[in-house]
Design a protein around this ligand. Structure first.
Ligand SMILES: Nc1ncnc2c1ncn2[C@@H]1O[C@H](COP(=O)(O)OP(=O)(O)OP(=O)(O)O)[C@@H](O)[C@H]1O
Ligand SMILES: [Mg+2]
Length: 436
């Protein structure tokens, strides 16, 4: 018989005294367990299961002494799979069993009942911890022996549970407040860095505007002035020289092509007219023409042009991110190929810009603007960006993950994501044999 009859109040007060001032939940439980063991009940396993304040269908177990799967890693478990689900869900006032191995209440389809066997638990008592009439959790006492506990022990367990409930509740609430304060702090930090990032991006756009002004001034305007002077001179001659006329025509053609380049860089016209994949392809072409090495390129789109049906700011942000990743690959990596791959799952669109060149010598934290802008643009569209080595070990990649939810007014309702919506479309086909 494990219970001591006529328990003096003193023994219960010993529990209160043992936990007084202790704020760590595991320590509180250890002290409760010690007081219970020496004065009130014999047991081989004692644990407290706490129903999650934010989700009353889940609980987490804190154990003392024997460790079982129930308390492992403080994993949260669904109440409905717990052998004591009916106490946790408030359906029965308690459970007392002489042999949990044989008791059918503990064993059902999907039940997390393995620890009963693993820890050799036979006699078991489960009583609720009540606060404001609601089940906050359970106190669970088990013994290796069969038929170790009586109704009297059950009453003692309930007394202990009633005694510790307010304490457990207060600890739980303060832990929750601590976690929310941390989460709030982190959210505030994120908001702050986003604000700083957006500011930098605005500054970068302002710098871009100035760069455009300078390019127009120094290149196009200077060339147009020269053409103007040539034409004026020519108009004063009775008989214009065809060679000079040809030069003027060449200069005008050059001006037009420069202007086109400036406009294309400033505004992704192809993006609006033909969509993201083609705009990326055009960007790859522009980036690889006129450099001193051959760079092969490939764009693969397995999303069925999903982003083209989404909001325009997202498409533009994605294009800008790919544009900078491609520019960086050309500028810094000495690569011989660049691939841009768009794919989707049921939850995300993934865009990978990969190359086979050198990785940044100083890692990816260093940025002179471009990489930071990529990070900010990704954050502004609630997406994640990662820079890493290619899985093959050669070269590096920029990995953008966009949650489908950001396209909520877009076309995802109409698409079946079980399979890729369309067969991958290969746009620049010369790369197959070099692909990683
Ligand atoms: N694809 C890449 N491969 C190798 N190194 C890279 C790559 N992308 C970036 N880097 C390295 O990271 C650094 C930071 O890149 P970032 O785009 O921020 O600046 P930048 O390209 O030097 O200048 P900006 O983009 O402002 O014109 C680069 O200077 C380069 O050393
Ligand atoms: Mg750059």
């Amino acid at each position: 018989m494990s219970a001591r009859s006529n328990i003096p109040l003193e023994y219960y007060l010993a529990i209160s005294r043992a936990v007084a001032g202790e704020l760590d939940f595991q320590n509180v439980l250890n002290r409760i367990a010690e007081s219970v063991q020496t004065k009130l009940l014999d047991y081989d396993h004692l644990d407290v299961a706490i129903v999650l304040p934010g989700d009353s269908s889940m609980h987490v177990a804190f154990e003392t002494g024997l460790e079982t799967h129930w308390g492992k890693n403080r994993d949260t478990q669904p109440n409905d799979l717990s052998p004591i689900r009916h106490v946790l869900n408030g359906k029965v006032p308690h459970i007392l069993t002489g042999d949990a191995w044989e008791d059918e209440r503990f064993h059902f389809e999907g039940a997390c009942d393995a620890p009963i066997y693993d820890a050799n638990l036979h006699s078991r008592m489960h009583v609720p911890l009540y606060v404001h009439g609601k089940v906050l959790g359970t106190l669970n006492v088990s013994s290796h022996r069969k038929n170790a506990y009586t109704e009297e022990d059950l009453a003692i367990s309930q007394n202990i549970a009633d005694l510790i409930s307010p304490y457990v509740y207060a600890l739980n609430m303060s832990e929750q407040a601590r976690v929310s304060a941390l989460a709030e702090g982190a959210a505030r930090g994120r908001e702050q860095s986003l604000r700083v990032g957006a500011l930098r991006l605005t500054e970068a756009m302002e710098a871009e505007r100035q760069r455009l002004g300078m390019e127009l001034h120094d290149q196009t305007l200077a060339e147009l002035s020269a053409v103007y002077h040539q034409v004026t001179r020519l108009s004063e001659k009775p008989d214009p020289d065809p060679g000079e006329l040809g030069q003027i025509s060449d200069s005008i053609a050059h001006c037009i092509s420069e202007l086109r380049g400036i406009i294309e860089n400033a505004k992704p016209g192809v993006l609006e007219l033909f969509g993201l994949s083609q705009a990326i392809e055009a960007q790859l072409e522009r980036a690889t023409i006129g450099i001193d090495r051959v760079v092969k390129t490939l764009v693969t789109d397995a999303t069925g042009d999903l982003l083209d049906g989404g909001p325009e700011p997202i498409r533009t942000a994605v294009f800008r991110i790919v544009q900078e990743a491609v520019t960086n690959a050309i500028k810094h990596s000495r690569c011989s190929w660049i691939t841009v791959t768009l794919s989707c799952t049921t939850e995300h669109i993934r865009i990978v810009v990969a190359n086979d060149g050198d990785e940044p010598a100083e890692g990816w934290r260093r940025s002179s603007g471009g990489v930071d802008n990529i990070r900010v643009r990704a954050a502004l569209i609630s997406s994640k960006v990662e820079f890493s080595r290619n899985p093959s070990g050669i070269g590096s990649q920029t990995n953008l993950t966009i949650p489908l939810s950001v396209l909520s007014d877009g076309p995802e309702d109409t698409l079946d994501f079980e399979e890729p919506p369309v067969a991958p479309r290969r746009r620049s086909g010369q790369l197959e044999q070099h692909m990683p």
